[in-house]
Design a protein around this ligand. Structure first.
Ligand SMILES: [Zn+2]
Length: 580
């Protein structure tokens, strides 16, 4: 079977509404499903899933695609992986393909199995390490959850893992490529993690791609991650994301450390993620943003934590996140705090986390002498950049009024300062140009139903004069040139076709019968010809030429007769469709 047929079979067998519905709340509208677009920030839904035709389209940002692009964009899968996953859920057998060079695929597969072997090795050593077990106990982790999370221990030795991997047939070079082994100063291969508690790091699909190692006692550094590899790109990975991904309805809780994530997971709070020892980046936020636009930042209450909170806020607000802040008492981490409070109380805290305004205002005013004009102005400058993101509500007016009072400036001046920081919404640069397909009503049904091969064959059979002067004719021409094979249709044309399909499905106009479509198309042609003939016959040059007049009158007569026939056919068709 050819690739294209397999892809089509997989698409046909995939319930796109169910797939998309895992991440986006959808409701029925006509024959389509609509919801808030996961690709851009919006308040009213312009995102449509046309499940029976297997594609989605956003009227706000123009994003469109099918089950494959959905998985590729949302979960960062490569095409073969998306195919594998969709085929698997659809129960379709896919012959092993070599989409990528065999060597590359082979290396990836070997790296993965080395990671799996290392994971089994570390995990198997945990029970034999009183030190590691004590450490976990001290952090409140139960043996059952430690097992579930795949925690392990890296023995204190140079070649414990290396020897194990070698015995399993992995070469030291491969182990090095997987980041599991490094080189000593003398150039020998040695275990990268030694005498550490080992925490597996997963990709969005839950496959182990790296390990974090926590030192015991005073050993430094406290945390050590295996290095970046073809499997592991640190900046794009959030710890805990594979588990959180389906649980983000109430927002993503972002914490700082591995143990914060693990502790909360143990308590059944799964909406939690952490960056891997770095600050929160825009890439992290974009990953989260594909699943939820609600963000709860929960960092330590110390100075560094507060700075990280402010930094995260600065990144998240322009991306359209509804940001809440969960400030912990100084000296508490999320994990210790959750342990002290209990899961229920902590969950309640998450639900009630206040928005960011008080936090930011306190930080801006803190330590400033508001009797002095320069300090007041500095506070205003600091605040304006944030306050610009507050939606205009009565509460916002109230807040601004009290702030203006505190800063001893007229409210209008505060408004002005904030407005200066607000980018006009029209200037939002990242929205791609929306395909605007201007298409004649006569042609549209054909373009919308073009996936039906029988219909396309009929379109190919009718005289081009019926449609080639209509708006949108180039689109049909593209389709006919490609003989219905969409991979041969130019991308811009395909985008326009999808746009039309989505719009059509949204309106849920009763689907026309192909018979009617072509009768109408011909009727339109007949009408246009009639008008042209009438104009011609009124031409002074023609009016003095009786012979030409006669020929034109004959043509007109034929057209009138054809028009009447077509109308009769139309009436009969309607009657038949009612009596059916
Ligand atoms: Zn959108």
């Amino acid at each position: 079977m050819r690739d294209r047929e397999i892809i089509q079979r997989i698409k046909d067998a995939t319930d796109l509404a169910a797939l998309v519905g895992q991440a986006v709340k959808l409701r029925r509208q006509g024959s389509a499903w609509v919801g808030l677009c996961p690709f851009h920030s919006e308040r009213s839904p312009s995102f449509q899933v046309v499940a029976d035709r297997g594609f989605y389209h956003c009227f706000g940002c123009g994003k469109h695609g099918d089950a494959f692009t959905w998985l590729m964009e949302r979960e960062g899968l490569a095409f073969p992986e998306a195919m594998e996953q969709l085929a698997q859920s659809a129960g379709i057998e896919v012959p092993r393909q070599r989409e990528r060079p065999a060597a590359e695929l082979d290396l990836e597969a070997r790296l993965r199995s080395a990671m799996d072997a290392a994971q089994a090795f570390y995990q198997g050593r945990l029970a034999g390490s009183p030190k590691a077990l004590d450490y976990l106990k001290g952090r409140g982790m139960t043996p059952a959850f430690s097992q579930e999370a795949g925690l392990g221990y890296a023995p204190d030795g140079w070649e414990a893992l290396l020897g194990h991997l070698k015995a399993q047939g992995f070469s030291p070079d491969l182990a090095e490529q997987a980041g599991l082994v490094s080189r000593s100063e003398r150039g020998n291969h040695i275990d990268f993690l030694r005498d550490r508690l080992v925490i597996p790091i997963h990709d969005a699909r839950g496959r182990v791609i790296a390990f974090g190692g926590r030192a015991f006692g005073a050993a430094q550094p406290k945390y050590l991650n295996t290095r970046e590899t073809p499997l592991f790109n640190k900046g794009g990975v959030l710890f805990g994301f594979h588990r959180a991904k389906g649980q983000l309805r109430d927002g993503a809780l972002v914490v700082e450390g591995y143990f914060d994530v693990l502790q909360l997971q143990q308590e059944g709070i799964n909406q939690v993620v952490a960056p891997l020892g770095t600050a929160l980046t825009e890439a992290h936020l974009q990953l989260i943003g594909r699943f939820t636009k609600r963000l709860i930042l929960c960092f330590d209450g110390d100075a560094a934590g507060l700075r990280a909170m402010e930094k995260g806020l600065k990144l998240a607000l322009p991306l359209g996140f509804d940001v809440r802040l969960l400030l912990l008492p100084a000296g508490e981490d999320p994990d210790t705090w959750c342990l002290a409070l209990g899961a229920e109380a902590f969950r309640e805290l998450i639900g009630k986390a206040p928005d960011w305004t008080n936090f930011i205002i306190n930080r801006a005013l803190d330590g400033k002498d508001l009797r002095r004009t320069p300090e007041r102005m500095e506070a205003l400058r600091e605040l304006a950049g944030y306050l610009a993101f507050l939606p205009a509500t009565p509460e916002q007016r109230e807040l601004f009024a009290s702030l203006a009072h505190e800063l001893r400036i007229p409210l209008s001046e505060l408004d002005k300062a904030i407005k200066a920081r607000t980018a006009p919404p029209e200037a939002a640069p990242e929205l791609p140009e929306q395909p605007r397909a201007e298409v004649d009503d006569l042609l549209r049904p054909i373009l919308v139903l073009c996936r039906d091969p029988a219909l396309l064959a009929r379109a190919a059979a009718v005289p081009p004069a019926w449609w080639e002067s209509l708006q949108g004719a180039p689109l049909l021409q593209c389709l006919l040139d490609a003989a219905g094979d969409e991979s041969l249709v130019p991308p811009e044309a395909l985008a326009q076709l999808r746009y039309l399909e989505a719009k059509w499905s949204a309106k849920d106009e009763a689907e026309l019968m192909p018979e009617q479509i072509f009768i109408k198309l011909e009727l339109g042609y007949v009408e246009r010809e009639k008008q042209a003939l009438n104009r011609q016959m009124q031409d002074p040059g023609v009016m003095v030429d009786p012979q030409l007049q006669g020929r034109l009158a004959q043509s007109l007569d034929q057209l009138l007769r054809r028009g009447r026939q077509l109308r009769v056919q139309m009436v009969e068709l309607r009657r038949n469709s009612f009596s059916r």
